[in-house]
Design a protein around this ligand. Sequence first.
Ligand SMILES: [Zn+2]
Length: 214
Amino acid sequence: MVITPHVIAGVAAAAITEFHFARAENNNERPLFLKSNRFKIILISCLLGFSSHFLLDAIPHYEYDIYASVPYDFSGIVIDSIVACTSLFIILHGLLRETARGLDIPSNLRGAWAKEKLRYVPFLISLTAAGFAAILPDIILTLGKPYFGVPMRVFDKFHHFWHTSIRISDGYAFMIEACITLGMAWFLLKTIPKIKIEIDSKQIAQELADISSR
Ligand SMILES: [Zn+2]
């Protein structure tokens, strides 16, 4: 598939992970029998994002020829990357605006209030990392082409194993990729406000705990 559906799928995988962990933490549960912490959440999000690549590649689709000697579809790749970034910007604009307000505060004046404004930063990092992890298999195969040793050949075989061999017309392929992208973008628009509530209630609980310990 092209870049946009892969990135949005990776971000959706991270959003599911974040929601699961944030809700469990707020309910004092141990998600997946792990004591949740940032590193684990980012790692799980990235692993899910990376895996989502192979699932999407199994669906008949249009894609750039990553095995071509020159990336001939360069303009397509640039436009696709702009579409991916713009979609993410629209989906995450509320959280980004709040974060920008926190970053606007001069560092010597950053107190609890700025910390509160920056509370979505770890969440945004895990979403971005998982979005990147979702396109990583194709990046590895493109950049790794000159170094085609055993590990690269094994990875290439693995990618090929999942990849569909069904060829369909560009029109149908575009429709399939657009539907998948819009479906996942809709899912993210629905899920992110729920995650925001969980992050906000965690923040409030933390602030109340800080006040009562004073
Ligand atoms: Zn691929």
